[in-house]
Design a protein around this ligand. Structure first.
Ligand SMILES: *Cc1c(COP(=O)(O)O)cnc(C)c1O
Length: 405
């Protein structure tokens, strides 16, 4: 039985919504994108969301808007996907990596220790969909001692008066922290709607704009939207209406807008997200945790406490007391049984681009320890309980064979 790692969730509603975009006579940024922005905002319990063509470009755009560039530092976890760091590098700033905690998320005390007078932002990552400790992170950036050494540059930073928290929520659409949904937890949050994420538009991202009350978030939405469309005052949709031809270009903007054909996929999914996606991922996650709680070699991932809930994006199983080589052997055995698994992620300091910049794995021991024992199991709505049972059997025997050889 072949089990793929992460096929997209495509049902008749998705097909019909995409067909409706194709037949409407308008396929790029227009009414479907507006609707997806509205639905995303409603879901997160906020007012202003801007859709873009990827989370990576969304993060770059926000960093740029925050006035972050050459000479500035942005603190990120060492345990994340490369895009978190690359977005920082693409605006000319330096990613400063810190270690994570046992739950895979950035360690607020390590963040505190890494702050210098060049630090302009922190980019926490809700790993696997488990929200970071945002209360602790805000306590750090609002600490009077830390605020007093903040050196602002430009209007936005001056108004904020402290280090910004820009959440990389690529994994955590639908997660809850302190009874609030992700998207509402940081100064600005960016979701990924990439094909393998919980909610998808094939490629895409959403910027949730929730700056403190001294900012006009509606106005930020308008500004950022211009930036995604070459800085052009009238988008192609408006120009397509009669009499709407005249426009100006007010910034040297980027091209980061989401097409309507893509938005249609996400729009059909978001309307039934809780029932058809989140609940079903939760079912699979709980199935695995229930089963593996009987295995003393298994270390189960965090998923809920009193006021937090995972988005169930990944199932990052860890095997206790094994080496990276043994973990790799287990994966080989699982793969031979045709169950697709992955490792999330290869820590940034092990990748050539970051090694060449002198980041060193030994500086992030918890990251390495988590990584060396991690195997991500398939988790998606299409996995019924029989398939889950099959995956558990395959994983169990792969671990047993490896440990007992
Ligand atoms: C997927 C991912 C991204 C990038 O998302 P794109 O939409 O593909 O740009 C960023 N950060 C993390 C942690 C991710 O997993």
């Amino acid at each position: 039985m072949k089990i793929p790692f992460s096929p997209p969730f495509i049902d008749d509603d998705v097909k019909n919504e995409v067909l409706s975009a194709l037949e409407s006579g308008w396929i790029t940024t227009g009414p479907k994108v507006k609707s997806l922005e509205f639905e995303t905002a409603k879901y997160a319990g906020i007012d202003h969301v801007l859709c873009v063509n990827s989370a990576t470009s969304g993060l770059m755009l926000v960093l740029h808007w925050l006035g972050i560039g050459r000479g500035d530092e942005v603190i990120i976890p060492a345990y994340t996907y490369c895009a978190t760091a690359l977005a920082v590098m693409h605006v000319g700033a330096t990613p400063v990596m810190v270690d994570v905690k046992e739950d895979f998320n950035i360690d607020p005390e390590k963040v505190r220790a890494a702050i210098t007078n060049k630090t302009k932002a922190i980019m926490p990552v809700d790993f696997a969909g488990w929200p970071c400790d945002y209360n602790a992170l805000f306590a750090v950036v609002k600490d009077p001692n830390i605020k007093s050494q903040f050196k602002w540059k430009g209007e936005v930073q001056q108004k904020l008066g402290r280090i910004a928290i820009l959440a990389d929520a690529a994994h955590s659409f639908g997660a809850v922290y302190n009874n609030k949904r992700t998207g509402s937890l940081a100064d600005i949050t960016v979701f990924s709607y990439h094909a393998v994420k919980n909610l998808t538009t094939a490629e895409g991202g959403a910027i949730c704009i929730t700056m403190p009350s001294s900012f006009d978030n509606a106005d930020i939405y308008k500004t950022l939207r211009l930036w995604t469309l070459n800085g052009q005052t009238k988008d192609a949709f408006s120009k397509n209406q009669t009499g709407g031809w005249r426009y100006d270009v007010v910034y040297a903007g980027f091209k980061m807008n989401m097409p309507d054909v893509c938005a249609a996929i996400g729009l059909a999914q978001i309307r039934k997200y809780d029932r058809a996606v989140w609940q079903e991922r939760k079912r699979v996650f709980e199935y695995f945790s229930r089963e593996f709680s009987n295995d003393n070699w298994a270390q189960l991932p965090a998923f809920t406490n009193n006021d937090s809930q995972c988005s169930y994006h990944l199932y990052p199983l860890r095997i206790k007391d094994i080496t990276e080589d043994l973990r790799d052997e287990i994966i080989e055995r699982i793969s031979k049984a045709e169950v697709a698994v992955n490792v999330h992620f290869i820590p940034l300091p092990l990748l050539t681009v970051f090694k060449d910049l002198n980041y060193r794995m030994q500086d992030y021991p918890v990251t390495y320890n988590n990584y060396s024992r991690e195997i991500s199991l398939p988790i998606y709505p299409q996995l019924d309980n029989n398939l889950c049972e099959h995956i558990v059997k395959v994983v169990r025997s792969a671990v047993k064979e490896t440990l007992e050889q």
